[in-house]
Design a protein around this ligand. Sequence first.
Ligand SMILES: NC(=O)c1ccc[n+]([C@@H]2O[C@H](COP(=O)([O-])OP(=O)(O)OC[C@H]3O[C@@H](n4cnc5c(N)ncnc54)[C@H](OP(=O)(O)O)[C@@H]3O)[C@@H](O)[C@H]2O)c1
Length: 331
Amino acid sequence: MTSRTRWGILATGGIAGTFVEDLALLPDAEVAAVGSRTAEAARRFAERHGIPRAHGSWADLAADPDVDVVYVATPHSAHHEATRLCLEAGKAVLCEKPFTLDLAATQDLITLAGERGLFLMEAMWMRTIPAVRRIAELVADGAIGEVTAVYADFGIGGDFPPTHRLRDPALGGGALLDLGVYPVTFAHLFLGPPQRIAALANLTPEAVDDNTGIILGYDSGAIATLHCGIVGNSPVAATIVGGTGRIELPSPFFRPDRFTVYHGDRAELVHAPIRGNGMGYEAEEVMRCLADGRLESPLVPWSESLDVMRSLDAIRAQIGVDYENNGRIAR
Ligand SMILES: NC(=O)c1ccc[n+]([C@@H]2O[C@H](COP(=O)([O-])OP(=O)(O)OC[C@H]3O[C@@H](n4cnc5c(N)ncnc54)[C@H](OP(=O)(O)O)[C@@H]3O)[C@@H](O)[C@H]2O)c1
C-alpha cells in the first residue's frame, strides 16, 4: 500500500458526494476512482470531484489495482451485493449503514471478510465522532453512575413519494433501517444488546414503517426509549441517564459538536468541534485500522454491527416489515 490510502467510491448519490468532500480534508487520503452502475454517472461524479478514474461497473471498480479500500454508498438493498463483490475482489470495505437488510446478510459479509483476511466496517460514523467517543469514555469511567435509561429519536419530515428510497421496499425503505439504526445503535453503545424488545409502527401503503416507537429492556433494569419516523421533524436529540447524573446530546445527536453533563443540578457544557461534515473521522478510523493490519475496527466492531442487526431484525418482525429477495417485500 502507498503512504496515502487510495479510496474507491461505489455509487454516486448524495452521501457519496458528502463523504468525498470530507476525504479531501484528510492529507493521508486520496480518492483514486469511482464506480457506478453506469459509465455516465461515474464520469459526471469524477468530473465534479476531480477523481482520476471513473468505472462504469462495480466489478471494474473492485478490480482496480490502484484502490485500497472501497466505500459502498448504494441504497441499503444493494449493500450486501456490492460489498460481497468488493471483498471477493480482495478489497477492504467501508459499507454505509445499515450494513445490510438483515442479520444473515451482515453475518455473511463478516464471515467472508474473516476468511479472506480483509478489513470490513459498517459506516456507523456516529461512533467515530469526537463528542460521542468522549461521552462513551465518560460513561465507561462512571461519570453518571450506572446507566438506567437512554432516550433517542430521529424523525424527519418531508413529502416523500412512494418511489423515494425511503418508501420503496425494494430499496430497503422505511424509517427503521435508514434512521432508526442511529437510536438503536446509540442504545447498544451504552447498554449493549437488549434482553427484551417491544416495538410499534405505522406502515405506509407500500408496507414500510413511517412512524416507529421502540422500547429496549435490559436485565439490569435499564430501559431505552427510541423513536424514528419520516412523517415529521422530531428533536433528533438523545439523553443518557445514570444513577448519579445524565448526559444530554443536542440535535443531531449522531453528530453533536457539544454535550452537557449533569452532576445533580450542576451542568457542565463540553464542546467538541466537528471537522467538515463529520464523515472524515470514520475514514481516519478505517485508515488507522488498515495501517495496523486490523480486519475490524475496535470502535465499530463486527460484534456490535451484528448485535444491532439482530435487534433491527427483531423490531421488524414485531412491526411487520419483512424484506426478502434482496429488498423485495414478502406480502
Ligand atoms: N452516513 C450518513 O450520514 C448517511 C446519510 C445518508 C445516507 N446514508 C446511507 O447511504 C446510502 C445511500 O444513501 P443516499 O442518500 O446517498 O442515496 P441516493 O442519493 O439515492 O444515492 C444512492 C446511489 O446508489 C445508486 N443506486 C440507486 N439505486 C440503486 C439500486 N437500485 N441498486 C444499486 N445502486 C443504486 C445510485 O448511484 P449510481 O447511479 O452511481 O449507481 C445512487 O446515486 C444508504 O444506505 C443510506 O442509509 C448515510
